[in-house]
Design a protein around this ligand. Structure first.
Ligand code: C2O
Ligand code: CU
Ligand code: CU
Length: 515
């Protein structure tokens, strides 16, 4: 279905590929913006819809080294996909078969994972599908996901954190031709990807990765926020309603998205597609890998900041340094994006009251329940040990809750299958966390639903399809998922904490779907 908006977008983007001026993107005349020397126009990744080859949509992705000027007069060594930092927004149609030619030229092995997708395990791009330097990996799969916001990123064994940090990630938007909702859908105009990442730089503007003890234990945090790779970004809105596709692509940081004036906004989707109805919120917390599309209403001629507001630390006080480190982190307020609006705004859509109807997976039909306990160990920190995997005790250091990242007491082992699941079954997974910090738990091969959180019904914005769910310290979260279509006795799927430094250090396991 080609809509007027889509045509406009394509025209606008045709001239904008590689360009940096926002004027190229907007088919509207913009009023001049107030001069703010330190703001940079929000970079919008180009869309990539693929080429038609043999009834497939084919995408050519080059993983490459690059340099990017995040700060004026500076150069940072980066990794990117078809560019210097991050990758294009891949646009998939539900029902299409896609083929992705992933050409690795980064000088070391990597992998590229399609996060949120139901697909055969050999096409998944997890740690078992590593791509040697200077080779091409060409997975193909049918897109069965609902319309929504997904992503792709490095999943290299032991190196996901570092490679994503350097830039190997991008957004995927799935469209559904049968969907007929009047939602903002003009990419780069009123439908805006926001890939939110925190970074820390050294004095010479290189990425600083794992240079503090806290980063090893709590995951890599940064003191600078980049949105789509843009520092201090400003977005110029020309429409009354704007849809932001929020993707927390940070290694470890949570964001508590809020508009500075505390205005209400509507969350319309979760990880795996539209919610049943918009959920009205003043703030929205997203953990690493979680996505949410929100629709915000603007007034003409205003300037407003989207911020990450300080969070109430929802965790108990544990002995040791960790509670303190977390309190400090959670007390930070960060600017995410400045939005400046036109003096006149096009009235582009009204938010529908009903968005979707979601089939509720019936708990009574579940044939198995599994338990997963997320732990961080209880070793004492030794002299020079900067955290798990770095000190002489290799993984046992780190103070209370500082090492031994594990699930059910086991660290990830590429040669060990943790769980075997019967094809075409529905299962309940009970997730528990006895560590002092939250872990975002992610399962490969599709989407699940929340049954309850601490025996309470999930909040309205967690009632849709999810592939990543936060499990707070001491929490117990029950989810339900079905396992269909792809039997493979040899090739497992992953489940893991999506704090990438935790994943890389062992908070991951593998499951096989069998007859
Ligand atoms: Cu987004 Cu296993 O990853
Ligand atoms: Cu995934
Ligand atoms: Cu974790």
């Amino acid at each position: 279905m080609i809509t007027r908006r889509k045509v406009l977008t394509n025209i606008a983007l045709g001239s904008a590929l590689g360009g940096s001026s926002i004027a190229n993107y907007l088919p509207f005349a913009l009023s001049p913006i107030s001069a703010q020397a330190n703001l940079n126009q929000l970079n919008i990744p180009p869309q990539y819809e693929g080429e038609d080859v043999d009834k497939q949509k084919q995408f050519n992705l080059f993983l490459q080294k690059g340099t990017q000027s995040f700060f004026p007069n500076s150069k940072t060594s980066t990794l990117g996909i078809n560019g210097n930092y991050l990758g294009p927004t891949l646009r998939f149609q539900r029902g299409d078969t896609v083929k992705l030619n992933v050409d690795n030229r980064i000088g070391e092995s990597t992998s590229l994972h399609w996060h949120g997708f139901h697909l055969p395990p050999t096409m998944d791009g997890g740690p078992h599908q590593s791509i040697a330097n200077n080779t091409v990996w060409s997975p193909e799969f049918e897109v069965v996901q609902f319309s929504g916001t997904y992503w792709y990123h490095s999943h290299m064994e032991g190196k996901s954190g570092e490679q994503v940090y350097r830039g190997l990630a991008g957004m995927i938007i799935v469209d559904d031709a049968d969907e007929n909702l009047d939602l903002p859908n003009t990419y780069a105009v009123d439908d805006i990807p926001l890939i939110v990442q925190d970074r820390r730089f050294t004095d010479d503007f290189s990425f600083a990765y794992l240079n503090t003890y806290e980063d090893s234990v709590m995951g890599q945090h940064g003191d600078v926020v980049l949105v789509n790779g843009t520092l201090n970004p400003v977005f110029l809105a020309a429409t009354k309603f704007v849809r932001f596709r929020l993707l927390n692509a940070s290694n470890a940081r949570n964001y508590n998205f809020t508009f500075e004036d505390q205005r209400l906004f509507s969350q319309i989707s979760s990880d795996g597609g539209l919610l049943e109805a918009p959920v009205s919120l003043r703030s929205l917390e997203l953990a690493p890998a979680e996505r949410a599309d929100i629709v915000v209403q603007f007034n003409p001629g205003e300037e407003i900041n989207l911020i990450s507001q300080a969070m109430a630390p929802g965790f108990p006080v544990f002995p040791g340094a960790m509670s303190e480190m977390m309190r400090t982190l959670y007390s930070e307020t960060l600017n995410i994006l400045t939005i400046q609006t036109n003096s006149q705004l096009e009235v582009n859509s009204e938010l529908p009251a009903q968005l979707n109807s979601i089939y509720k997976l019936p708990e009574a039909a579940a044939t198995n329940t599994r338990q997963f306990l997320l732990s961080m160990g209880y070793g004492m920190r030794s002299g020079n040990d900067r955290g798990p995997g770095t000190g002489s005790r290799n993984g046992n250091g780190g103070g209370h809750g500082g090492g031994n990242f594990s699930i059910n007491g086991r660290r990830m082992d590429m040669d060990f299958i943790n769980e075997r699941i019967k094809l075409n079954t529905l299962e309940v997974w009970e997730l528990a966390n006895n560590s002092p910090m939250m872990h975002p738990f992610h399962i490969h091969n599709g989407q699940f639903q929340l049954l309850d959180r601490n025996r309470q019904p999930p909040p309205a914005n967690e009632l849709g399809w999810k592939d990543t769910v936060t499990v707070g310290s001491g929490e117990r979260v029950r989810i339900i998922m079905r396992f269909t279509d792809y039997i493979n006795e040899r090739n497992p799927y992953m489940y893991h904490c999506h704090i990438l430094e935790h994943e890389d250090r062992g908070m991951m396991g593998q499951f096989i779907i069998e007859e």
